[in-house]
Write a protein that binds this ligand. Structure first.
Ligand code: PHE
Length: 470
C-alpha cells in the first residue's frame, strides 16, 4: 500500500490575511489556539466524569491507567487530528474524505464522529442540566438557610419533568448560541472565566485536604493497587482519555483546521493535555478527601460530584455561596464543551444541506433532545427498568460513545495519520516553520504509528475477550 502525500493545503495556493485561511476563521495567535482547544477539552469530563469513574473503578489504578492513556494514546491522536485538520483546512467529514486521493471512504471517520456527537450530547445535556439546576438550588438553599443533601440530588435526577426542563433549557441555550453565531463571543467569556474555575478548584482542594481524615482520599487517588486492574478499568480509562481530550470524533480535527501555521503542534497538544489533566486531578483532590472525611462512598456513581461539593463547603462561612459559585463556573466551562459538540453536526448540515445556521441548530437540537429524553428518563421511574444490553439508556449512550465510537475512531485516525499519509508530508506539517526535526516530533510520530494503535487494539480486543490482559 503506497503512502499518500497529504494534498497541498488550500492555504498554500491562496495566501490569506493573517487570521483567516482561504476565508475560514483561524485562531489569531498561539495563545488563542491553546485557549480554544482547552475550551473544548475542559468540561463535565473533568469535574463530573473523571471523579465518578475513578470512584467506580477502584481509585489510583484507574488514575494511573488514565494518565498513561492520555500520554501514550491521547497525545499522539491529538497530534494527528491537528496535523490533518491544519493541512486540509476543512470540516472533519470532508477532511478525511479528501485526505487520501481515491479513498473517499475515510470520510467515515467524520460520520462516526457525527453520531458520537449526538450520542454524547444526549447524556451530557442531562448532566449539564443537573449542574445548572444546582446553581439555582444552592442559591435558594443559601437564601432559605437550608442545605443541599443527597436527597436533593436523588429527587432531581430521579424526577421526570424537572430534569427534562433543565435539559431543554441547556439545549436551548447551547443551540441558541450556535444559531446566533456568537460562539466566538461565548468562547471569550468561557476563556476569561476558566482561570476563575481553576482558582476555585484550588480553594476546594485546600478546604477538602484540611478536613480530618482527608489523607485516605489522597491515598485512594494516588496509591495504586494494581490488583484492581481489570478489562473494564482499562477500557474505561482509555475511553475517558478520548472523551476528555475531545478526540476520535473530528472535533480536534476541526480545531486543527483553525490552527495558525506558526503553532507547533506537538508542544501545543502537550500543553492542552497537561492543563486538562491538571484540572481533572484538582477536581479529584477536591472530591475524594471529602468523601473519605465525611465517610461517603467513593463509588457514588454519577451523583458523586453533586453530593460531595455541597459537603466540602458546608460548615464554612458562606459555604452555600461558594457552592453556587462552583456550580456556576462548572456550568460555564460546560458550555464551551457543548458548543464544540453541537458545532460538529451543525457545520455539516450547513455545508452539506445548504441550510441556514439557525435551521441547522434547531434540527440538531431536536435530534439531541429526542435521544436526550431517553437518557434523562432512564433515571426516573418512567424508563429506569428499560435496559438495552443490560444498561439504561444513559449508561448505554455513555458507554457506546466513550468506550466504542471514540476509541475506534481514534484507532482509524492513528492508522490513517501513521500509515496512509506519507511520513515526509506528515512531519512537514507537524513541524511547519521549523527547519530541524525536533526530537518530540520524531518520538510522537513513532507513537502514532505503533504505540497508540497497538494499545487501542489491545484494549479493545481484551474487552471483547479475544485476548487476556487484565
Ligand atoms: N472534552 C469534553 C469534556 O470533558 C467533552 C467533549 C467530548 C467535547 C468530545 C467535545 C467532543 O467535558
Amino acid at each position: 500500500m503506497a503512502a499518500s502525500p497529504l494534498p497541498a493545503s488550500p492555504v498554500a495556493a491562496t495566501p490569506a490575511p493573517a487570521s483567516t485561511h482561504g476565508g475560514r476563521d483561524a485562531f489569531a495567535s498561539n495563545l488563542g489556539a491553546f485557549a480554544a482547544t482547552v475550551g473544548s477539552a475542559i468540561g463535565l469530563g473533568n469535574i463530573w466524569k473523571f471523579p465518578y469513574l475513578t470512584g467506580s473503578n477502584g481509585g489510583a489504578a484507574f488514575v494511573l491507567t488514565y494518565l498513561l492513556a492520555v500520554a501514550l494514546v491521547g497525545l499522539p491522536v491529538m497530534t494527528v487530528e491537528h496535523v490533518i485538520g491544519r493541512r486540509m483546512r476543512l470540516d472533519a467529514v470532508r477532511a478525511y474524505g479528501r485526505l487520501i486521493p481515491g479513498k473517499p471512504y475515510w470520510s467515515c471517520i467524520g460520520w462516526v464522529g457525527l453520531a458520537s456527537a449526538v450520542l454524547i450530547m444526549a447524556f451530557y445535556t442531562d448532566v449539564a442540566g443537573w449542574v445548572f439546576a444546582y446553581v439555582f438550588k444552592s442559591v435558594t438553599a443559601y437564601a432559605s438557610g437550608s442545605a443541599l443533601t443527597p436527597d436533593t440530588f436523588g429527587a432531581l435526577a430521579g424526577g421526570t419533568w424537572e430534569p427534562l426542563c433543565w435539559q431543554v433549557a441547556v439545549l436551548v441555550l447551547t443551540t441558541g448560541i450556535i444559531a446566533a453565531g456568537v460562539s466566538k463571543g461565548i468562547e471569550k467569556v468561557t476563556k476569561t472565566l476558566m482561570p476563575l474555575l481553576f482558582i476555585l478548584l484550588i480553594a476546594c482542594d485546600i478546604r477538602a485536604l484540611t478536613l480530618p481524615g482527608a489523607s485516605g482520599g489522597v491515598a485512594y487517588l494516588f496509591k495504586p493497587d494494581l490488583s484492581k486492574l481489570t478489562g473494564t478499568v482499562l477500557l474505561s480509562a482509555l475511553g475517558l482519555a478520548f472523551f476528555k481530550l475531545s478526540l476520535g470524533m473530528g472535533t480536534m480535527t476541526t480545531y486543527g483546521s483553525y490552527l495558525p501555521d506558526q503553532t507547533r503542534i506537538v508542544p501545543n497538544a502537550a500543553r492542552v493535555a497537561l492543563a486538562d489533566t491538571l484540572v481533572s486531578l484538582l477536581a479529584g483532590l477536591a472530591i475524594f478527601p471529602a468523601v473519605f472525611a465525611f465517610g461517603g462512598k467513593p463509588a457514588g456513581g454519577p451523583g458523586l460530584l453533586f453530593n460531595t461539593i455541597p459537603l466540602v463547603f458546608s460548615k464554612m462561612p458562606m459555604g452555600g455561596l461558594f457552592t453556587a459559585l462552583f456550580f456556576l463556573l462548572a456550568a460555564i466551562a460546560t458550555i464551551g464543551a457543548m458548543v464544540s459538540l453541537v458545532e460538529v453536526p451543525v457545520a455539516w448540515i450547513v455545508e452539506k444541506g445548504h441550510a441556514k445556521r439557525p435551521v441547522a441548530a434547531v434540527v440538531t437540537g431536536c435530534g439531541m433532545f429526542a435521544l436526550g429524553v431517553l437518557a434523562t428518563l432512564s433515571q426516573s421511574p418512567v424508563l429506569a427498568d428499560v435496559k438495552v444490553f443490560g444498561k439504561t439508556f444513559f449508561d448505554l449512550f455513555d458507554f457506546l460513545s466513550s468506550n466504542v465510537f471514540l476509541p475506534v475512531g481514534g484507532l482509524a485516525i492513528a492508522l490513517v495519520g501513521g500509515w496512509l499519509v506519507s511520513r515526509k508530508a506528515f512531519v512537514d506539517e507537524m513541524n511547519k516553520g521549523h527547519t530541524t526535526e525536533r526530537w518530540h516530533g520524531r518520538t510522537v510520530y513513532w507513537f502514532i504509528r505503533f504505540v497508540a494503535p497497538g494499545l487501542i487494539l489491545l484494549i479493545l480486543l481484551n474487552s471483547l475477550g479475544v485476548i487476556r490482559l487484565a
